[in-house]
Ligand binder design. Structure first.
Ligand SMILES: NC(=O)c1ccc[n+]([C@@H]2O[C@H](COP(=O)([O-])OP(=O)(O)OC[C@H]3O[C@@H](n4cnc5c(N)ncnc54)[C@H](OP(=O)(O)O)[C@@H]3O)[C@@H](O)[C@H]2O)c1
Length: 322
């Protein structure tokens, strides 16, 4: 699987005038955001909980700051000298509310407070999720909504922007990768009857959106949905057809009944409690997976920033799996 966007653009002036603090830089999205910023010669300060050679890559213009969302002292060191914060850290796995609140709610409150108190920092980008639109579905979704509310009420003089991406995929992702690899092998697993419609976004389009937010200076006080340019989103049959055409082979559709998913989710949650890991497949995740409408709209963000997505699913799949 190819990494991408590694080399700084040769014709970009090497200016360190702009310094940005990034959280979640050891995760899928934060890591891609950092690489995109470095490519544009933006100086990056990135938060890391457990530094290691495998998580903290080295690059000119990049400093790793050891810390935690719930440790204000480390957040002050992170934000020191940065004119903007790009907040990508969050919990995406968990069995109960308590697994999501520290990162997705209290963590947002802490970093917004620290950014608001900083004399250097004037802008804050919060990576929320389309799930925040339907907080009733799961503990994850409600924590993402509460994180947005905390930002709005704690931001004081900060110019804040919320991005709500739908499912994000691309090189470096671990959550959707197995599903995509099965599609490449000729099988598509369709949850809960397959009536859902959903938007998607390829990681490079998302990182471009973040960069556009940074450089355009636009979007203050806005909450924006983002997608890959496919108005009206996809249904599972669209995905099957696109993959079948791309890989020039039949893709077999395998429907997973909602009840089977729910049973697996209950078992997984029980196993997680015993073994002490944070599960991805939970009853709440099943409600998210079977939700009929995850279609979103790009228009507002494109209007205020001029950002345009470049990679619909066919191109994104090609760049993710080859
Ligand atoms: N992936 C998607 O499809 C998608 C879609 C919509 C929205 N989002 C949102 O995008 C954000 C990033 O998602 P992702 O897919 O990149 O997740 P990820 O790969 O699991 O990365 C999560 C990042 O957050 C960090 N983090 C978690 N809790 C933290 C804490 N208490 N203090 C400091 N850092 C902490 C993790 O650090 P460690 O490495 O130390 O664990 C990691 O760097 C999340 O807020 C998620 O809700 C994701």
């Amino acid at each position: 699987m190819a990494e991408f966007l590694l080399e700084p653009k040769a014709d970009t002036p090497f200016t360190r005038a702009l310094t940005v603090a990034v959280t979640g830089g050891t995760g899928f999205i934060g890591r891609a955001v950092i690489r995109r910023l470095l490519q544009e010669r933006v100086h990056v300060r990135a938060l890391v909980r457990k530094p290691s050679p495998s998580t903290c890559f080295e690059a000119p213009g990049l400093s790793w700051i050891r810390g935690e969302l719930n440790c204000e002292e480390s957040l002050r060191r992170l934000v020191d000298g940065a004119s903007a914060v790009i907040h990508c850290a969050g919990s995406v796995r968990g069995a109960c509310e308590a697994d999501f609140i520290p990162a997705n709610v209290s963590g947002v409150e802490k970093i917004v407070k620290v950014a608001g108190e900083s004399v250097d920092c004037s802008r804050f980008l919060h990576l929320s999720s389309l799930a925040a639109r339907s907080p009733e579905l799961s503990d994850y979704a409600s924590s993402k909504r509460r994180g947005e509310e905390v930002l709005r009420s704690a931001a004081r003089d900060l110019s804040w922007t919320i991005l709500r991406p739908p499912a994000v995929y691309g090189p470096g992702d671990r959550e959707m990768l197995p599903l995509l690899q099965w599609i490449r092998r000729g099988m598509i697993f369709v949850p809960g009857g397959g009536a859902a419609r959903f938007s998607l976004i390829f990681i490079a389009d998302l990182t471009d959106a973040v960069l556009t937010w940074l450089t355009s200076g636009a979007g203050g006080g806005g909450c924006f949905e983002l997608h890959d340019g496919k108005t009206g989103g996809y249904c599972w049959e669209d995905v099957r057809e696109i993959a079948s055409d791309l890989y020039r082979r039949p893709i077999r559709r395998i429907d997973i009944p909602r009840r089977a998913l729910e049973a697996a989710a209950h078992l997984n949650s029980a196993a997680a409690r015993v073994a002490g890991y944070r599960p991805m497949l939970t009853p709440g995740k099943v409600r998210e997976l079977c939700h009929a409408d995850w279609v979103c709209d790009n228009a507002s963000f494109s209007c205020v920033t001029q950002w345009r997505p470049k990679y619909e699913l066919r191109e994104g799949l090609l760049r993710t799996l080859g």
